[in-house]
Design a protein around this ligand. Structure first.
Ligand SMILES: *Cc1c(COP(=O)(O)O)cnc(C)c1O
Length: 376
């Protein structure tokens, strides 16, 4: 195998991958309707359950062809019974995306908004549930990737269940990195796409959720033809296949990535992401950058830094300087503050971050940005 140029992606996914995952896509052509391919997907579905410690009796995983947002769309449009409401516990850009999905489908919903740099107020969540007995779904985001804040999903899930609602969590930027135990964390549905925590390729997404609820949703209003959870689940159960053409080569990459995931191990992998995250903090602190989110609230995967008040600071120029040298940095996702993000996703480690900060410092010096950086 020829070595492929290794880029260090510090954006919040797609992540840096191994060459073995990249090469896993180079396989003989196969019709995905062959039993050989169905059998690969059956194993893949089972292995995904193991990542969140979900028992196969109670939970199932359903694969889709699409980027991670397809999961948000599918969960919301498929799992809401008629005449019921969704409660979105919203403190960031990804939960706001769920609100937009509700708006597009015309789903009755409550957008319970909190500041993007604060944790949601659980008393207010409970009060809302108490006052609205027609809430059937509670929705939130585990790690709000736009800022890096970690939401208390276990506590929100407990409240959802206390008021007989199902709990959906967007775990796209934690699954396969920060350990999740679906049952213990009070989650009924979680989700991710292959290009994030699993360090595979974009194009394959999956929902892991409670089988009984999916089976019940058979009788819920059908709001989408392509993106319906029950229909895809039923087709998988009957035939072992996706209803429509799967992303064939991407599936092979995901299978290889999962093999590498189990070889590295849940704990070791999380420790690696965590020390990479610490190295990012160390590098930023040495240059004087400030964080958006309180350190103890961060999920350990995304660092949001505030732009310095320096007339020579130009994110685009700094980005381009780093990009040309193999390091990708990423803008923030907060409308009110100018921020950029550095993330510890992917097959990267402390050494890569140290290499990055050599280049990043050079970029600041090159454009005459003061070090340590200045804030007014
Ligand atoms: C990346 C991400 C998604 C999915 O984004 P796509 O661009 O559709 O892949 C959804 N939710 C969260 C929290 C994410 O980090």
């Amino acid at each position: 195998m020829e070595k492929i140029k290794r880029n260090i992606l510090l954006n919040p996914g797609p992540a840096t991958t191994t060459d073995s995952v990249k090469y896993a896509q180079v396989v003989p052509d196969i019709c995905p309707r062959e039993e050989e391919f169905a059998s690969i997907m059956r194993t893949l579905r089972k292995d995904l359950l193991k990542v969140v410690h979900a028992s196969a009796d109670k939970y199932t995983s359903v694969l889709f062809c699409g980027s991670g947002t397809i999961n948000i769309d599918i969960c919301l449009n498929s799992l809401l019974p008629a005449n019921k409401k969704v409660l979105i516990v919203n403190n960031g850009a990804y939960s706001s995306r769920a609100v937009e999905v509700c708006e597009y489908y015309g789903l009755p919903h409550i957008n319970l908004k909190f500041d993007v740099d604060k944790l949601p107020d659980l008393e207010l969540v409970e009060k809302t549930l108490k006052e609205n007995s027609d809430i059937a779904l509670v929705y939130t985001t585990h790690n709000e990737t736009g800022t890096g804040i970690l939401n208390p999903v276990k506590e929100i899930g407990a409240l959802a269940h206390k008021y007989n609602a199902a709990f959906i969590v967007d775990t796209t930027s934690t699954l396969g990195m920060r350990p999740i135990d679906i049952e213990e964390d009070n989650i009924d549905f979680c989700m991710a796409s292959a290009q994030k925590g699993l360090m595979a390729m974009a194009g394959l997404s999956f929902i892991i959720g409670n089988k009984e609820i999916i089976e019940k949703s058979k009788d819920y209003p059908k709001r989408s033809y392509y993106c319906n959870l029950y229909l895809q689940y039923e087709y998988f159960e009957k035939t072992g296949e996706m209803h429509f053409t799967p992303p064939v080569q991407t599936v092979y990459a995901a299978v290889q990535a999962l093999k590498e995931y189990f070889e590295e191990g849940e704990t070791a992998k999380w420790q690696r992401h965590l020390r990479t995250f610490e190295a990012i903090h160390k590098g930023l602190a040495e240059l004087g950058f400030k964080n958006v989110i309180k350190r103890e609230w961060q999920a350990g995967l995304v660092v949001s830094a505030i732009y310095p008040d320096d007339k020579n600071w130009d994110f685009k120029k700094i980005h381009d300087y780093c990009y040309e040298r193999g390091f990708t940095i990423y803008p923030g996702k907060i409308s009110t503050t100018n921020t950029f993000r550095l993330c510890s996703l992917g097959t990267i480690d402390v050494r890569d971050i140290e290499d990055f900060f050599v280049v990043f410092r050079q970029a600041l010096e090159h454009y005459q940005v003061a070090i340590p950086v200045i804030y007014k």
